[in-house]
Design a protein around this ligand. Sequence first.
Ligand SMILES: NC(=O)c1ccc[n+]([C@@H]2O[C@H](COP(=O)([O-])OP(=O)(O)OC[C@H]3O[C@@H](n4cnc5c(N)ncnc54)[C@H](O)[C@@H]3O)[C@@H](O)[C@H]2O)c1
Length: 291
Amino acid sequence: MEIRTVGVVGAGQMGSGIAHVFALAGFDVTIHDISLDALARAREMIGCNLDRQIARGKIAEADKDAAMARIATTTTLSELGPSDLIIEAATERETVKIAIFEDLQPHLRPETILTSNTSSISITRLASRTDRPERFMGLHFMNPVPVMQLVELIRGIATDEATYTTLLAVVERLGKTAAPAEDFPAFIVNRILMPMINEAVYTLYEGVGSVQSIDQSMKLGANHPMGPLELADFIGLDTCLAIMNVLHDGLADTKYRPCPLLTKYVEAGWLGRKTQRGFYDYRGEIPVPTR
Ligand SMILES: NC(=O)c1ccc[n+]([C@@H]2O[C@H](COP(=O)([O-])OP(=O)(O)OC[C@H]3O[C@@H](n4cnc5c(N)ncnc54)[C@H](O)[C@@H]3O)[C@@H](O)[C@H]2O)c1
């Protein structure tokens, strides 16, 4: 099946990045969000990020205009009905995702492929709540989507081969690299990355290091481009906590218990860059550690 039109649910940092790369690759994209503000911010963010690509000589001005013209936004979920492919990129909460697929289903064509950009939730379980588990897959982009090369492709137990090969071709058309991952909690990248971030928060919680010394140690001592706490702020602390909870519940191993300090930041609404405060305070000229 050839994919031409794509519906993206959720206009947050991932939804807007996904819409950006699909529009640039020539797909027609409609983004849905329950928040008009989020849709306006997404358009603005896509425009800024395309400008950055022009400044770096990666694309031409005309590519930006063509990409922006291919993106529509809506607060009405049913307008995604005619899409060939749906990519759900809403908040990392299973009940939210299940409700979206349930609401969407009556408006879809039978051949439409459903995917979720979930970082950790079982693809098999999400698929089982839809009318098409054989045409359901995990399509997991990395943040920031226009920059990161990898896309994890996660088959649920019922996913058919045609769906897998169609999505493999889509990833190739985006110029990205697909990594197949089995459907177990948090798949590959986050199964490895999140426990490291959680351990960095424990290191802070136990007073082994300050925010600055932890990030500096991993940048200069392990050659990571970003420190783990800086990266956690970038991903979103609510998303990090949600992934740790999925690992903890799904694998039933205490080594995945979320650090109480991570929970405290999320309870405070200090979710990282998106709320201007997390392990760093982003409200001034330069980020200032909050501990
Ligand atoms: N942040 C990351 O680094 C990252 C990386 C890979 C995958 N993901 C996954 O992508 C998804 C989105 O993450 P994000 O970082 O973009 O989150 P975000 O908080 O930036 O955005 C989530 C968006 O979903 C919208 N939303 C919530 N409920 C909705 C509904 N019922 N219908 C439509 N829209 C709804 C919100 O208004 C918001 O705009 C999550 O599943 C997350 O696990 C995140």
